[in-house]
Design a binder for this molecule. Structure first.
Ligand code: ZN
Length: 108
C-alpha cells in the first residue's frame, strides 16, 4: 500500500509544480498544457494510472481531485469548478457530481 500512497503524492507534486497560486482567489492556476479548441480551457496532464497499461492525457482538475481523494475517478464522476476558473486545480474549489446530477439539471 505504501507504493500506492507515493503515487498520489508524486502526482500531486507534478501538478502543483505547473501551477501558480492566484494572490486574490486562492486558485491554483494551471500553467501547463491545456485542451485545444473552444473555451473553457482545461489543464491537461499526462498520467499513467496504476490501473492503466499506458499513460494518457487527463484533465488536470480531475487529477487534482483524484490526488486529494487518493482514488481514480470513474467516467461518470464529473468534476465541476466552484470558483468558475476552468484552469484552477485547487481541490477545495472542485466538486464531484455524478453524471445523473447533470442530466437531471438539463431536463429541469
Ligand atoms: Zn479556484
Amino acid at each position: 500500500m505504501e507504493g500506492k500512497h507515493d503515487f498520489w503524492v508524486q502526482l500531486q507534486e507534478r501538478l502543483v509544480e505547473q501551477c501558480f497560486k492566484s494572490p486574490d482567489s486562492d486558485c491554483l492556476v494551471w500553467t501547463g498544457c491545456t485542451t485545444n479548441g473552444n473555451r473553457p480551457y482545461y489543464g491537461r496532464i499526462w498520467v499513467k494510472m496504476p490501473s492503466d497499461d499506458k499513460g494518457r492525457s487527463y484533465l488536470a482538475h480531475r487529477v487534482a481531485v483524484m490526488c486529494h481523494l487518493r482514488v481514480a475517478l470513474g467516467r461518470n464522476d464529473l468534476v465541476s469548478h466552484l470558483c468558475g476558473h476552468s484552469l484552477c486545480v485547487n481541490a477545495c474549489h472542485l466538486t464531484i457530481e455524478p453524471l445523473s446530477t447533470n442530466i437531471d439539471r438539463r431536463t429541469c
